[in-house]
Write a protein of this length. Structure first.
Length: 750
């Protein structure tokens, strides 16, 4: 038996033996992920056949390294409920593909299967979650872990090896269409959620490719793939922490980002991919390119051969849909890249295959039926939605609605379109799956309440007649629920796509958010503000519900509405969660994971800006956000007392306190501890989140909480970019929801 076939031997030994047997062409084939997996098959009912393009690729490389998106379905892939691979055929399709790959390889090398899973499996019958911003709004990493564990279970059943999940992007500019893919504007919240998502998905044996590395959420002008105009301090303090958390959680893959940092593309940045990622963070897995990103290096190299060589030398191991990596053999022949680097990358890919047991057990058991992944059996998506909705305003306690209400007018384009709840990277879903706000309200409305609906306008379009119809309905009702917001739905209107699947926005599409849909404004799209103004003018109590993939500037809406709920795309069951909050069976507990600006002209508007910004003023408006990070109201009230602080020489800071539910119903309190350095040789941030906890408290109940900040949490970068133990005066602030409950200073010594 050849050593590489011996399962008893260590993976590294097996890799070494196999590599020395392979040709350069076969090694290059292991690094290529050029195929769109959703294009390699044809489905006729239950019959699946593989295409000549797939067979040609296998012949070209003597096998296949990684196959992307076999199960992906959406308008870009042109895979529908009729032409895509449903869960019932997933094992059959996987086995068919894997057998052809193995049979095409001289050494029987299987392929790794990768797929998109940013908020659930992007496949027919995929288990879907609220988007990352919504998950961030829950402030419950344990719930996020459990939810991604369900996703991982489904991926494992279908043979997926690598789940591509957006966990590294920190949102710094809400004009960016991919805002919804970020957990937060705060690095700590992003980090704990990244850890939760990676850990949860890996629980059932699916590895994660965390994306995108690094600083893609910074942007220039909110534009996708644009330069991150930041220095090394901002990179370290804001954008690297989620990557550190993902690496420590055991992530096996990191996807490089499209953007450049200080003029150097991430795919051509050895300092980023080798020095920082591998040497400093200790990452040992596979670095994957983003879609066609290697070919974008042609801008600086002049051609595909040089681009492939540059990406490989910089630290990219696996390609995605590009031509550059297909030219690596020629690059070696020309002396543009050393064969040892080719071996290094191929070794990482092969090691992952050995570690995953693919050589010994490459096929799925088709006799075992897959799980159904119903919401009854797996309620995590619904619970995420419940805990993600943020109550921003509740004038005169309009919410929850009183039983004395007799007629409710439900107005707005986001009331009954399931796709406006789901975000980008969403598969087609079966009719009747999920619950919209309108359907949720009808399900949960107490007996005797009449519900009537009018769109008023569309997400991006509308007529005066539609607005007039809505106003007439509003005037005949006791209360209005005004459902506004955006959409990342690719399923409405005509859509055009770039090579990498991003939207090509020509001004005619339905979407106003999602990949490729960046905006220069932050107002609600279409005629929605006009509709809102007319509804408010009717002088009927209004509950405004906004579902969105980004923070909007909603100052005029906040000024006029009586109550305001904000839901970042809350997933298939988000409509039911919203209805539960409206009628009071669920107490809202979401807190903003990102600040809502007053105007697009305020940007950047992150809460953790530098303290020197407090000296700056606009002449026509405050320089503070409309609603800051962490803001959120409840149907009850909370009280904080008995605060005590201790500081040690480690250095450590301990803050203990009692939090009580002083209101009339049970609810989740979310106390947050912030710090601000008062002394040092660099400008501090205005405040930094250092600890938080979500606690259920019944009326009159209390909980004793201890937040302890250790040496690592109190370290900071000095003027020489050296990480030093925290020493000096710190301002501590305890905030819950909209209320600052306590602040005090402590001195930390080493």
């Amino acid at each position: 038996m050849e050593p590489f076939r011996n399962p008893v031997l260590p993976a590294d030994q097996r890799v070494k033996d196999l590599l020395q047997r392979m040709t350069i062409n076969e090694k290059v084939g292991q690094l290529n992920q050029r195929l769109y997996g959703f294009k390699i098959y044809k489905r006729d009912g239950a019959h699946i056949t593989l295409t000549p393009e797939f067979e040609s690729e296998l012949t070209r490389w003597g096998g296949l390294g990684v196959l992307y998106g076999l199960f992906r379905a959406d308008p870009w892939t042109e895979r529908t409920l009729e032409t895509g691979i449903p869960a019932s055929l997933s094992k059959k399709a996987y086995n068919l593909v894997q057998k052809r790959v193995i049979d095409s390889s001289r050494f029987g090398i299987p392929a790794l299967m990768s797929t998109e899973s940013p908020h659930g499996h992007q496949a027919l019958n995929g288990y879907l979650l609220p988007v990352c911003l919504a998950m961030g709004a829950t402030f419950v990493p344990e719930l996020v872990r459990r939810a991604f564990s369900v996703v991982g279970r489904q991926l494992k059943e279908q043979g997926v090896d690598l789940a591509l999940i957006s966990v590294l992007d920190v949102l710094r500019d809400p004009r960016w269409g991919r805002s919804e893919e970020c957990f937060s504007e705060d690095p700590l919240l992003c980090s704990v959620m990244a850890d939760a998502a990676v850990t949860g998905c890996m629980e059932h044996g699916v590895d994660v490719v965390a994306k995108h590395f690094c600083a893609q959420g910074e942007t220039t002008g909110g534009l996708n793939t644009s330069p991150a105009s930041i220095g090394i301090r901002e990179l370290n303090e804001i954008h690297l922490p989620p990557a550190k958390a993902a690496v420590q959680a055991g992530v096996k893959g990191i996807m490089a980002a499209y953007n450049e940092i200080d003029g150097i593309p991430c795919h051509a940045n050895p300092e980023l991919l080798r020095d920082i990622l591998r040497n400093e963070l200790g990452f040992e897995g596979v670095v994957m390119a983003d879609g066609a990103a290697v070919d974008r290096l042609d801008l600086i190299t002049g051609g595909a051969i040089a681009s492939g060589a540059l990406a490989l030398k910089s630290g990219v191991d696996v390609s995605l849909w590009d031509e550059g990596f297909t030219k690596l053999e020629e690059a070696v022949d020309r002396g543009l890249v050393d064969e040892t680097l080719l071996d290094e990358a191929a070794a990482r890919v092969l090691k992952l295959k050995f570690q995953r047991g693919l050589f010994e057990d490459p096929y799925l058991d088709e006799s075992i039926s897959g799980s159904k992944f119903t919401i009854d059996e797996y309620p995590q998506s619904h619970e995420l939605a419940r805990q993600s909705v943020v109550l921003l305003k509740n004038e005169n306690n309009l919410l929850p609605l009183s039983n004395s209400i007799r007629k409710i007018a439900v107005i707005g384009p986001a009331a009954d379109d399931i796709y406006t709840q789901l975000g980008d990277y969403t598969p087609p879903i079966e009719p009747g799956h999920g619950i919209t706000l309108w359907k949720g309200l009808k399900q949960l409305a107490p007996y005797g309440i009449e519900l009537c609906r009018a769109d008023g306008c569309g997400i991006r379009d509308g007529t005066q007649e539609g607005i007039n119809e809505a106003i007439a309905l509003a005037k005949s009702s006791d209360v209005v629920i005004l459902a506004l917001g955006g959409s990342s739905s690719r399923f409405a209107g005509e859509t055009k796509f770039d090579l990498n699947g991003a939207m090509i926005h020509d001004g005619e599409v339905y979407m106003d958010c999602g990949e490729g849909v960046d905006t220069a404004e932050l107002s609600l799209p279409g005629r929605q503000n006009e509709l809102a103004k007319a509804v408010y003018a009717a002088k009927i109590p209004v509950i405004t519900v906004i579902t969105a993939g980004r923070p909007y500037a909603i100052t005029s809406i906040d000024n006029e509405t009586n109550a305001l709920l904000y839901a970042f795309y809350p997933g298939p069951w988000g409509g039911k969660a919203l209805a539960e909050i409206v009628f009071g069976t669920v107490n809202p507990s979401g807190r903003l994971p990102v600040s809502l600006p007053r105007s697009v002209g305020q940007l950047p508007c992150c809460y953790n800006r530098k303290a020197s910004n407090t000296e700056l003023r606009y002449c026509e408006m405050p320089n503070t956000p409309l609603f800051s990070f962490g803001y959120g109201l409840s149907y009850t009230t909370y009280k904080v007392d008995s605060v005590k602080t201790e500081s040690g020489n480690e250095p450590t800071v301990k803050v203990s306190f009692r939090i009580s539910n002083s209101g009339g119903c049970g609810g989740y309190a979310v106390p947050m501890l912030y710090i601000r350095w008062l002394r040092g040789d660099t400008i501090p941030r205005e405040k930094e989140l250092k600890a938080f906890k979500k606690i259920w408290l019944e009326t009159g109940q209390h909980s004793d909480v201890i937040f302890e900040l250790d040496k690592k949490m109190l370290s900071r970068l000095n003027a020489d970019m050296k990480s030093i133990p925290g020493k000096g005066h710190i301002l501590l602030t305890l905030i819950e929801g909209s209320t600052e409950h306590w602040r005090g200073e402590v001195e930390v010594s080493c």
